[in-house]
Design a protein around this ligand. Structure first.
Ligand code: MN
Ligand code: MN
Length: 319
């Protein structure tokens, strides 16, 4: 199973501060590359934040996440999983967005992911703002709706912004349910908190059977109990995992556009991903890391650590 071509260099051979940065120091294999068809899991950057309604910056996320990813080693410390040996992983590069045109950008993203899925590659994405997930879902759910686990302090279920604008990072999952991309009965959101515009997003969730686990419930029940319910809701069918870094308390992840206090700590941020065992993950993303607000780089470091956890879950299930 272990293919030498797809093994990242060890930090004891090439120091981890050296080399051209790719995700996890993996080979860069964009669509069209001779080895593209051999890739089983692709890490993809979506450097795009045109859906941002407040403080921008996630367009710079993939580059900083790649840089910080050199901190990752080959083996998970708890599970012992060695993801790069379990699956042939590669950095597929960035989707080229059109920062001046939201609709064109979404079409480019969907087309890129369709090509990835046509090749049988599992996608693991670094955003980008949370609108990035909608065009990804249009590709991932092309054969029918998927279940979804969303870690976030916001529902992103609003109808529109600024007098009728339907495509923003506060509206993607309203669109995803309307478009039949996500099965609302197999859709659960964890960590919801913060001040609200009104009740409209929560009313939409209740009317459609979307389960919202608010932060009070998360802290009262604890991660293990909450995540057992999450696994029960999504069951064994195809499920997409979307992880907004603002799920985590801003003490640990201040580098994001819309932080909300009172969130999970950095350990719980990893723990919830470890508790996705048995979930049939058909794709995952980590979004909303905003380097201009990440003075220490610590948010990107946490972000790539979460991506490593997601990678290990996907490798454990598909390897
Ligand atoms: Mn979000
Ligand atoms: Mn959010």
């Amino acid at each position: 199973m272990k293919d030498p071509f797809f093994q990242p260099p060890s930090g004891s051979q090439l120091p981890r501060f050296a080399g051209v940065p790719t995700f996890m120091r993996l080979p860069h294999i964009p669509p069209g590359h001779a080895r593209f068809g051999d890739v089983q899991l692709g890490l993809i950057g979506v450097p795009w934040d045109s859906g941002t309604t407040n403080r921008p910056g996630p367009r710079h996320g993939p580059r900083q996440l790649r840089d910080m990813s050199s901190m990752m080693r080959a083996q998970h410390a708890t599970s012992g999983i060695r993801p790069f040996e379990a699956l042939r992983c590669a950095d597929l590069g960035d989707v080229p967005p059109n920062p001046a045109d939201i609709i064109d950008s979404m079409e480019r993203i969907t087309a890129f992911y369709a090509r990835v899925l046509d090749a049988g590659i599992l996608p693991l994405t670094a955003g980008g703002d949370h609108l990035s997930t909608l065009p990804i879902l249009r590709a991932v759910a092309r054969n029918g709706p998927v279940g979804m686990v969303q870690f976030d302090s916001h529902t992103d279920l609003n109808d529109s912004y600024f007098g009728g604008t339907k495509f923003t990072h506060g509206t993607p999952f309203r669109r995803a349910v309307e478009e039949g991309l996500v099965d609302p009965k197999r859709f659960v959101q964890v960590g919801i908190r913060g001040t609200m515009y009104d009740e409209d997003d929560r009313d939409f969730a209740a009317a459609n059977g979307i389960r919202l686990i608010l932060i009070e419930e998360f802290h009262q029940r604890g991660p293990a109990d909450v995540m057992a319910e999450v696994r029960d809701i999504v069951g064994s069918d195809n499920t997409y995992i979307t992880y907004d870094i603002d799920f985590v308390d801003p003490a640990f992840a201040p580098g994001t556009g819309t932080p909300e206090t009172g969130g999970p700590n950095s350990y719980q941020a990893l723990q919830v991903v470890r508790m996705l065992d048995g979930v049939n993950i058909v794709g995952a993303d980590l979004v909303e890391v905003s380097p201009p607000f990440d003075a220490s780089g610590g948010t990107a470091f946490l972000g790539i650590s979460i991506m490593f956890e997601l990678l290990c879950q996907m490798a454990a299930q598909h390897g």
